[in-house]
Design a protein around this ligand. Structure first.
Ligand SMILES: [Zn+2]
Length: 433
């Protein structure tokens, strides 16, 4: 089947290194027999060590910041000149994250970082130079496995790290501040010395789709339109408990029956609204005995849509309908919004560079919304962002069986390398005076 896929013409050594690096990174783990890599783990240090060697071999400058974000710089063609004549060295940033979930697959995150380095090597192999610096980043904490949060790495990179995060504790009770001290870093400087990056032309991220749409279409890569807006709510249904044997059916106020009706209503409504995703993933029933009518039930609700306004309308409609149903059953409903994340649109310019590059390489190219969050959502607060999705088998992610095929991965490299050249072509030429 792979033989039928279009295979872009990349330098054979770039291709060989790309695949062997992905394979190797998939073995660098904190836990034997499975892939788990958290911020400030020795596994993360080992990954950086390998990238350092690869960067040296390609003549690139390697560094790691206080929050363990990795940066590899390819200076612009006129870098010697630009340090003296340009106010700011401008840079295009490309990358993704190097941390993983527990028992992860080897493509989520790592693919984007390895692809970024392969793009630099491919541009070098083509003999191309750029009028701006290119920086490959490997963010240290996107999944948030260590501290049950997300985007610590890219937040620091973007100058958005908050002092209260220093008190976050991991499973063993160690604070983030303590882990920094262990590495010889003064925690207070992490906040005071961070600054928003200057001269960033944009951020590009390649990521596996983590969904089944590209596979269903039979297409290697797709361009992302936006990262979906998300609302998380907690719904509490309060009824009345009673004896399962003596309370007649007509006199019951069963909180679980109301919750069950609500779950199906949520599914029904979400199916009727284009692009909407709604999920009830947790349920708690009290008192939770087989011979007692449930008194109260708490449900989690996760709703997402690419368009923040459509999401808002949907949340309101869900609430109205479920309230009416609960009322008809004599059940009290408390609806609490826990979290609201806005939609993050991709930059139209970067999106069209990716789109044109993908169309010339593979023909028809779909535009997809991302239902999952990514570092690009944080980077969008400081610069234009663009994302490319690579097809993954069965849409599976956060699982050891996660898989993207070599031809699809190579297509991602070729498309992004072409898009970088398109950004360079559109880059304003500055007078060398
Ligand atoms: Zn990821």
């Amino acid at each position: 089947m792979e033989a039928d896929l279009p295979r872009p013409s990349l330098h054979p050594e770039v291709v060989a290194r790309l695949h062997s690096r992905l394979k190797e990174l998939g073995t660098i783990s904190e836990e034997p027999g499975k892939l788990t890599r958290r911020i400030f783990s020795s596994a993360m240090d080992s990954v950086h060590q390998r990238f350092h060697e690869w960067a040296d071999a390609a003549g690139l400058h390697f560094s790691v910041d206080a929050l363990q974000n990795m940066k590899i710089r390819w200076p612009s063609a006129d870098s010697a000149l630009s340090t003296t004549t340009h106010k700011t060295r401008e840079v295009l940033v490309i990358g993704s994250h190097l941390d993983t979930v527990r028992n992860a697959g080897r493509f989520d995150g790592a693919l984007g970082v390895v692809t970024a380095l392969a793009c630099v090597e491919q541009l070098q192999a083509w003999g191309r130079t750029l009028p701006f610096d290119l920086e490959v980043v490997g963010f240290s904490d996107e999944e948030g496995l260590r501290f049950q949060t997300a985007y610590l790495g890219s937040s620091h990179y973007a100058g958005l790290f908050r002092p209260e995060w220093l008190t976050l504790r991991d499973e063993s009770g160690q604070t983030l501040a303590h882990l920094l001290e262990n590495r010889g870093i003064n925690p207070s400087l992490v906040c005071t010395r961070q600054k928003a990056p200057t001269g960033v032309l944009g951020y590009l991220e390649v990521h596996i789709e983590q969904g089944p749409q590209l596979e269903a279409l039979g297409i290697s890569v797709g361009v992302v339109s936006a990262i979906a807006a998300q609302t998380r709510a907690r719904l509490r249904f309060t009824g009345k408990s009673g004896h399962a044997g003596t309370t007649p059916m007509t006199l019951r106020r069963d909180a679980l029956c109301a919750a069950a009706e609500a779950i199906l209503e949520i599914e029904e409504l979400a199916r009727s609204m284009d692009g909407l995703r709604a999920t009830v993933g947790q349920i708690r029933v009290e008192p939770g005995a087989s011979n007692v009518i449930p008194e109260w039930v708490v449900l989690s609700l996760d709703i997402r849509h690419e368009d923040g306004h459509r999401l808002e309308e949907a949340v309101k409609e869900f609430k109205d309908r479920i309230e009416k149903q609960a009322e008809a059953r004599g059940i009290q409903l408390d609806w609490e919004i826990l979290q609201q994340g806005p939609s993050v649109p991709m930059d139209p310019g970067l999106q069209s560079h990716l789109q044109r590059a993908a169309e010339s390489r593979q023909g028809r190219t779909p535009i997809l919304a991302s239902g999952a969050g990514h570092d690009a959502a944080v980077m969008a607060r400081v610069c234009p962002v663009g994302m490319l999705f690579v097809r993954c088998r069965d849409g599976l992610s956060h699982h050891p069986d996660e898989w993207a095929s070599p031809p699809d991965i190579e297509m991602g490299v070729a498309v992004v390398a072409d898009a970088i050249l398109a950004v360079a072509n559109a880059y304003p030429k500055e007078p060398h005076s």
